[in-house]
Design a protein around this ligand. Structure first.
Ligand SMILES: C[S@@+](CC[C@H](N)C(=O)[O-])C[C@H]1O[C@@H](n2cnc3c(N)ncnc32)[C@H](O)[C@@H]1O
Length: 310
């Protein structure tokens, strides 16, 4: 997955006048910020480094998550903690009828960048710790923002986001134990408010993952030349780990199980770990199971699975 060419070209133009050594330093500082308590994007160069080195990955994740909603008529969107507009861009590419985009963030420089990348949007400068939406939106997104807030502020934001949701609320966080824990904590609170979980959970039971296990997935990201330069990286791709939850106002069809680890393709059989309403179990599909073997060969981490074990 990569950013659409028109957007990648606009980003390349934004970065054109930037000194590459400064960009690399800022990119390293950004990684440091996220690994320490100094969360977030601080200096002007770090904003550009975010756009060059993080935005392609968060875009790929948003696309992967929004694709799980499937074909729905989504016309309006509220993107909370929008940054440079990553999640909105992904939503525009998934939901072709989307024409009313409202973005909110407290960051002036990200607002300017988003307005360059996505001209027909409303972008409000506001602090999410006391933000309340007056209108409802078909889709509400919080992408990589809850982990920048403390627990109480994150919970309050999610409840406000749910009040603003007409159809779907999508929460995306880094695929780390901390990112997963934030989502697990708000899941029950949202269900208490009547929310249906669309994905990744295929059930409304408590999350069965325990110990050192956490629910996360991986997106393949193609690196552009400026992405490689900013990260001083040789590889033409990277894998971005993420955790997410999609909630809906209406009950939706869900698969019986979710594949929660990378499937293991072996000679004559496929092994995969599934999560469903009876918990987590390992399933093996062999060549002899003609009704499902070809599907199992193609299955990916994060996909749904609709067969009970024989
Ligand atoms: C990691 S960036 C994510 C940007 C974008 N959603 C994405 O997925 O690429 C987090 C964003 O949350 C915003 N943010 C953090 N705390 C905020 C607050 N209290 N009020 C408004 N915005 C906030 C930051 O300014 C930043 O733009």
């Amino acid at each position: 997955m990569q950013l659409p060419k028109t957007i990648a070209d606009k980003i390349a133009a934004l970065l054109d006048a930037t000194n590459i050594d400064q960009l690399r330093t800022a990119s390293k500082q950004l990684t440091e910020n996220y690994h320490t308590s100094h969360r977030g994007v601080r200096t002007p160069d770090q904003h550009l480094a975010y756009v060059a080195a993080r935005m392609p990955a968060t875009y790929a994740v948003c696309r992967a998550v929004l694709d799980k909603i499937g074909h729905q008529e989504i016309k309006s969107l509220l993107d909370l903690g929008a940054g440079p507009g990553t999640a909105s861009l992904a939503a525009k590419d998934v939901f072709l009828q989307l024409d009313k985009l409202t973005l909110v963030d407290k960051d002036q420089q990200f607002r300017s960048i988003a307005l360059e990348l996505l001209p027909s949007i409303q972008y409000a400068l506001d602090d999410l710790t006391h933000f309340v939406s007056e209108a409802r939106h078909d889709l509400v997104l919080c992408s990589y923002v809850l982990n920048e807030l403390n627990d109480a502020a994150a919970t309050k934001l999610v409840m406000n986001a749910w009040q603003a949701t007409q159809q779907f609320l999508v929460l995306i966080e880094p695929g780390t134990p901390a990112g997963y824990t934030v989502l697990k904590n708000v899941r029950q609170q949202l269900m208490d408010e009547g929310a249906y979980v669309v994905a990744p959970c295929t059930h409304h039971q408590a999350c069965p993952l325990t110990g050192n296990d956490w629910c996360h997935f991986s997106a393949h990201v193609d690196r552009s030349s400026y992405h490689r330069l900013a990260k001083d990286a040789a590889l033409s791709y990277e894998h971005e780990k993420y955790s997410y939850m999609i909630f809906s106002r209406q009950a939706v069809d869900r698969p019986l199980y979710r594949v929660i680890k990378r499937p293991m393709q072996r000679s004559g059989h496929v092994i995969f770990d599934l999560c469903g309403d009876s918990g987590v179990h390992r399933s093996t599909v062999s060549k002899k199971q003609k009704d499902r073997y070809s599907l199992a060969r193609k299955i990916s981490w994060g996909d749904g699975w609709d067969f009970e074990d024989d």
